[in-house]
Ligand binder design. Structure first.
Ligand SMILES: [Fe+2]
Length: 453
């Protein structure tokens, strides 16, 4: 008796259903993508001759011998090898972009600080000249710590390119739209989204809609990864599928160009005669990524009390000490508050970690006034902070029905290292001199008699 070779016909999905045009879903996936058909070698990395006359080149984001679950590298197939995108270097000065260690003699970093939004600029400022360092922590030379920056961008980089050998950049836009044209593809970024540009990746930044302003966390240390969820399980918080990495894109363009390199806290420029964005195909897991913060699924308290703010961690960059991050990126977004008999805002506390916050939009629950969209605050290592008097009195006397915190999105760059203010943060940026007065009129209620006051 003859049996049919394929007795059952299965219904097969179309490729990449539901994926945003130009991106591939997933965090830390082993991606593969080609802008020209057949440009990506199959089954091997380094053929004797690559298709289209491309050059094969590996970009290593971790040491060759890093454990396999942390090992990151990408194979690029490009028009010219990167040695052609680099000549002799000369040092240049970008006076507003600082790196740790950067301790300014006449600036007091010990204190609780808050800033109004740094005004949008009408000056011609690029991604490089518009970067304004607010704080730095750790030491760029030993690859520990971070810096926080505000960017003010009004002009596109045209024939100018950049990479940071010092750091990966976590970008949090607050106004305006930017395009990151990178060696590995194009990321368009707008407020409520974030992006990570890996260490060593060459790119230029174009203004799609300006002026643009936002926050940057410059991570000198181990790469950002997703936090372990522990008993929360396999879902919620930031889900891997919601991260998006661009498909391959290249240009074959001859033009006098510069490449600026941040290396050990110093800036250097080299001149070339073509665009370095010439990767036609690539595969690997070391790549830029973006994420829409509106996909962040907050998990919280459903009866009483509330957990530590680490429950809202989006990304964490580990240090050598387990559970003690070089940087946590934490998001405070819309959510329901339902806890019974509970003081619901963030409690008063002191913390070994140093907390730098920024407001993307709306109102933050511990500080109903004064922390404006575009503004920042710093609560440094072991400095007390918490709700202001209005927030305390309001939350202490509120009718505790379920309440939605709506129209709110703030974030925190939290680091195990103390953060030092730059001269720009202390003297040029709109520092609120009276910020610590927000706790001035908190009353002593204790009078020795029992019962709530
Ligand atoms: Fe705090």
């Amino acid at each position: 008796m003859n049996r049919p070779t394929h007795p059952h016909k299965m219904v097969q999905a179309a490729t990449a259903a539901g994926t945003t045009e130009g991106y591939m879903p997933g965090f830390g996936n082993d991606f593969e993508t080609e802008a020209l058909p057949g440009a990506l070698p199959q089954g091997m990395n380094s053929p004797q001759k690559c298709n289209y006359g491309l050059y094969g080149e590996q970009l290593s984001g971790t040491a060759f011998t890093a454990p396999s679950h942390q090992n990151e590298r990408t194979w690029c197939y490009r028009i010219r090898p990167s040695v052609k995108h680099s000549h002799r270097y000369e040092k240049i000065d970008l006076p507003y972009w600082k790196s740790a260690p950067h301790v300014v003699d006449d600036v007091v970093s010990l204190g609780q600080y808050r800033w109004d939004p740094v005004p949008l600029s009408d000056q011609p400022l690029t991604w490089l000249t518009g970067m304004r360092t607010m704080t730095s922590a750790g030491d760029v030379n030993t690859q520990v710590g971070m810096a926080s920056h505000i960017y003010l961008v009004t002009e596109s980089m045209v024939d100018d390119y950049f990479f940071s050998a010092d750091s990966e950049l976590l970008i949090v836009p607050q106004e305006g739209r930017l395009r990151f044209a990178t060696e590995l593809g194009i990321i368009d970024l707008e407020p409520k989204e974030i992006a990570i540009i890996p260490r060593g990746l060459v790119y230029r930044v174009e203004v799609l809609e300006g002026p643009a302003r936002g926050f940057v966390c410059e991570n000198y240390g181990q790469k950002f990864e997703l936090p372990g969820r522990g008993p929360i399980g396999a879902n919620c918080m930031a889900n891997r599928r919601d991260f998006k990495t661009p498909v391959a894109a290249f240009e074959d363009r001859d033009a006098a160009s510069t490449v600026t390199i941040k290396w050990c806290g110093q800036f250097h420029v080299t001149h070339i005669d073509h665009s370095p964005l010439d990767v036609v195909a690539w595969h690997g897991n070391y790549a830029p990524v973006k994420y829409d913060l509106r996909n962040y699924c907050p998990v919280g308290s459903i009866l009483f009390d509330h957990p530590d703010p680490s429950i809202f961690t989006v990304l964490t960059a580990p240090s050598g000490v387990p559970g003690t991050a070089n940087i946590d990126f934490v998001l405070f977004r819309e959510r329901w508050m339902v806890m019974e008999d509970t003081f619901r805002p963030p409690w008063y506390h002191k913390n070994i970690m140093s907390e730098l916050m920024g407001n993307i939009y709306g109102q933050y629950d511990a500080k109903p006034q004064g922390f404006a969209p575009g503004g920042m605050s710093l609560h440094n290592m072991m400095l007390p902070h918490g709700p202001d008097k209005n927030a305390f009195e309001g939350a202490s006397n509120a009718d505790l029905k379920p309440e939605k915190l709506d129209n709110t999105m703030s974030f925190m760059f939290e680091t195990r290292f103390p953060q030092h203010l730059t001269a720009f943060a202390a003297k040029e940026a709109p520092l609120q001199d009276d910020y610590i007065d927000c706790w001035a009129d908190i009353e002593k209620k204790f009078d020795g008699t029992p019962g709530p006051k």
